[in-house]
Write a protein that binds this ligand. Structure first.
Ligand code: CA
Length: 232
């Protein structure tokens, strides 16, 4: 799963053009036609980056940005402005925008700004945008480098823990029985043949990944069946 990007823009042609270009690069893109919709989506989807137009019907882009930050969103925001005065305001008010582009802009310019923002915010993991990486909220599983991060923090896992997480997270919502997980990961360690050994690894994983291991939000227990990774 690639980085997710939210575009808040009421001009259909601009929104579609940007969405298409970003999708070609492998990003997952959601479009919201108003600030009200955008704020709702931002809360549910927790996008990795937001492209926010200044001129929107209803709440404008400046106010939307202020509310985003109040809401606790730390996603980098690229503002789209129509005039130089607006640009001055973006810079002058220090609203917490990370970059801006004045319309009309070229898609190539937009793309390079977006890539730079993602790299700045998420480090080298952003290089794999569209590549072999799984993201859920602020959890990033880099399949190629076999690295796991929560936000900016690196999470160190054993080979078996990584494999269990990889299998679960590759198919969110799919329930894996303990027996099945044992079969999938047994090559990584001389594992005890007892299925209960999976419980031990899952509990270690939760301690490392979850805010509250007792109320997991990533690796869920499916009573009587096994484990499943949370769906978006
Ligand atoms: Ca607009």
């Amino acid at each position: 799963m690639a980085a997710t990007i939210l575009i808040v823009e009421d001009e259909y042609a601009v929104a579609r053009g940007v969405q298409y270009a970003l999708q070609q690069e492998g990003y997952e893109v959601t479009v919201a036609p108003s600030a009200e919709d955008g704020l709702k989506v931002a809360e549910e989807l927790v996008p990795d980056l937001i492209v926010l137009d200044v001129r929107l019907p209803g709440i404008d882009g400046f106010e939307a940005l202020r509310r985003l930050r109040t809401m606790g969103s730390k996603a980098p925001v690229l503002m789209l402005t129509a005039r130089d005065e607006e640009m001055d305001k973006v810079i002058g008010l220090e609203l917490g925008a990370d970059d801006y582009l004045t319309k009309p802009f070229g898609l190539r310019e937009l793309m390079s700004r977006i890539k730079a923002l993602l790299r700045r915010a998420y480090g080298d993991l952003a290089d794999a945008a569209g590549g072999r990486q799984i993201r859920h909220k602020d959890l990033v599983i880099d399949l190629e480098r076999r690295r796991v991060q929560r936000g900016a923090k690196r999470v160190s896992l054993t080979a078996t823990e990584f494999e269990i997480l990889r299998h679960l997270a590759s198919r969110p919502g799919r329930v894996f029985s303990r027996r099945e997980l044992l079969e999938l990961v047994r090559d990584y360690e001389a594992l005890d043949q007892d299925e209960k050994t999976i419980n031990v690894h899952v509990s270690h994983l939760r301690e490392k990944l979850e805010d509250d291991p007792g109320e997991p939000s990533f690796i869920l227990t499916v009573r009587g069946a096994g484990y499943a990774f949370a769906e978006r």
